[in-house]
Structures are given as structure tokens and as C-alpha cells.
Design a protein around this ligand. Sequence first.
Ligand SMILES: [Ca+2]
Ligand SMILES: [Ca+2]
Ligand SMILES: [Ca+2]
Ligand SMILES: [Ca+2]
Length: 417
Amino acid sequence: MRSALGMMMLLWCVISPLSAATLIVDRVDDDPAATACTAAPDDCSLRGATIAANAAAGTDTIVLSAATYDLTVAGELEDLSATGDLDITDDLIIQGAGSDLSIIDGGDLDRVLHVPAFYITLDITDLTIRNGRAESNGGGGGLRGDHLTLTMTNVVVKENEAHNEAFSTGSGGGLNIRHGSAALTNCTFCDNFSEEAGGGGISALYLTSFTVDQSTVCRNDGGGIYYQSTNGPANITDTIFDGNIATTTYDGGGLLLSGATEVTITRCDFIHNRAMWGAGISVRNSNSVDIIDSTIDANGGTDGEPNTPFSTHRGGGIYVYSGALTITASTISANGAYSGGGIYLTEGSPSITVLNSTISGNSADTSGGGVFVEVGDVTINNTTVTGNRATAIEGYNGDGGGWRHDHDSQRDPRREH
Ligand SMILES: [Ca+2]
Ligand SMILES: [Ca+2]
Ligand SMILES: [Ca+2]
Ligand SMILES: [Ca+2]
């Protein structure tokens, strides 16, 4: 007969979770059979470790060396890590040796990482995800997940592609996450591509929390970040959006907010981004958007060919279609567009408040060098508007060098005045 202590120990063993394993990857090939991951050498590939971590209950940790791990087993539309993308179906930590030292390379065969199961927690640290390619299967060339609790720290996501995704869902060349949350710290999302749906770097939809801190979003084609959520706050801090272009969506070169609330952008730089509307930032149907201590400089510009992403039609710095935006202690400078070089407010009757800021050196080829208010309300306080220009190109008047204001939202927008 067992003692009471023995029974308690037995019970403890039954109800306690299995101890999570640390799976040390010790070979760089892509063999799905290398799942043992024991102390013996050469028995643990990254794909094998992923399969083993999925099979064992608990939050396992996969540890990578300073090496390049090429994914070479072709076969997309597969969700058990046997082929194509590495599919993660259980809570997992992936720990690299350094963001530029441990590299997972998708070889353009499929996306790199996929979380096909819901309500997974995934923590990725100190590695690079590159050369993923999502082809008609949900976007997210680097990483794709729904209802995912994602933490990425010191991670580079570059040169991934997403193709043929419907506009309504967003595509996300580097990262596509829907529902759940994402916390991205000291990450780099650069040189990714989204063919149709936006979010060349990141597409983040319906999240309960979205934080981007001390990160770089650069040279993504399809726009830098596409964000849509009314489920919780987004905080983007100390992050640089540089050289992104919205070639496919035409909207929001650096950042596209569409149907978002509680978005706070603090100490960020938006520079050299391009789009047809809102080369730096585009705001559509989004409320409680705050831009604080930020710089929006040298975005947009025109090249004599209107209505291309390389030649900004409206809103070199910021385009606001609808919603409410507050800009505080920020600089909007040297941006260019055909209309509204710095800021353009249009037909959804947005309202913006500009406090303690500078709007300078912006230019329009037609009207509203600094600000063009087609329809909407502007409250401006303690702000410098200086050195902006509206030049007349052929067939247009150049008016409102600093400011052109056509209609307040309360007025009949059809009335000329
Ligand atoms: Ca081993
Ligand atoms: Ca596990
Ligand atoms: Ca998959
Ligand atoms: Ca797969």
C-alpha cells in the first residue's frame, strides 16, 4: 500500500506538465527524420526539432547555432512541418545565436514559419528569417499566424515575399498576423514584398495588442506596415520607417492605418517613403491616432508622372481620408506631392489637431504646400508653418503655399468658396 506521500508524488507527476525540452539543433540540413535531438551528435535538424517540439507537450526551446539553416524540402500547403514551411503547432521558443548569425533561409520554396494552430505562444529571439515566399496561401512570406501570441526580439525579417492575396485581408511580405498579439523589439523588417494586399513588411490585423519598439522597417515593397484593429492598442515607439513604397496598394508608403483605433506613434522617423496617397502615413477610418515627438521628412515627391506610386498624388507626409489624428511635438518637413505636400485631409471629413509642431519646407505641385484641407477640421496650436511652397504646373493654379482650406466638414462639401 502506497504511503500518502507516495500518492501525492504520483498525483504531482500526473497533473504537472511534462518538463519542456531544450532541443539543440546540431546539423544544418533540412532532414525531417532528424528528430531525436539527444546529447548525441548529428541527430537534430531544425525541421526535426520543430516536429519533435510539436509532438511533445509543453513550451519547448529550439536552440540554433551561428549557422545558416536552408529549408530545402519543397511542398507548400502542408501543416505538419514535413515539407515547405516549418509549421508550429505547440507553444515554442526559438533561440538563435544572434540576429545576423543564425539564419533560417526559406529558399523561396514556401514561407519560412507557419503557425497553423490557434492560440499558440511563439517567442523568437536573435535570428534572421529570410527568403520565404508565400504563394496564394495566406500571405506572410516570413511568418504567418492567426490567434497567435507572438514575441520577437532581435530578429531580422528580410527578403520575404507574399503573392496573390486578397486586398481585404492584407498580405504581409515579412509577417502576417491576424488576431492575437505581437510584441516586436529591436527587430528589422526590410526588403520584403507584398504583391497585392499591402503590408510589404508587416500586415497586422485585429490584434488585441501590437507593439513595435526600437525597430527598423525599411525598403519594403507594398508599404512598410499595414495595421487594422479596433480590438486593442497599438504602440509604435523609437522605430524608423525608411524607404518603403506602396507600389501595389498605392496607399500609405511607411504606415497604413485602416480601421484602427488607439494607435500611438512616439519618437518615430518616417523618411523617404513613397505612395500615391500618404507617402509617409495614410489614415483611413481610424480614430485616437496620436503622433508624438516624431519626424515625417522627405517622403513622397513628384516626378511629372501623376498617379503612380513613385509620384505622390495627395499627402506627401500624411494623408487623412477619415478619422481623428493628433500630432504633437513633431516635425513634418520636406515632403512633396501634387496636392498637400505635408498633410492632405479629404472626403471622409477627418479631424486633426496639431500641437507644438513644425510644418516646414514641404511642397505641392498644385495646391497646399504645407497643408491641403479638402474636407475636414483642423485645430492648430503653437505650431510653426514656414517655408512651404505651392507651385503652378501646367493647367493648375498653385495656391496655398502654406495652407489651402476648401471645406469644413460641417459645411456642404459641394459648396464652392
Ligand atoms: Ca544531438
Ligand atoms: Ca512542445
Ligand atoms: Ca504550412
Ligand atoms: Ca509545411
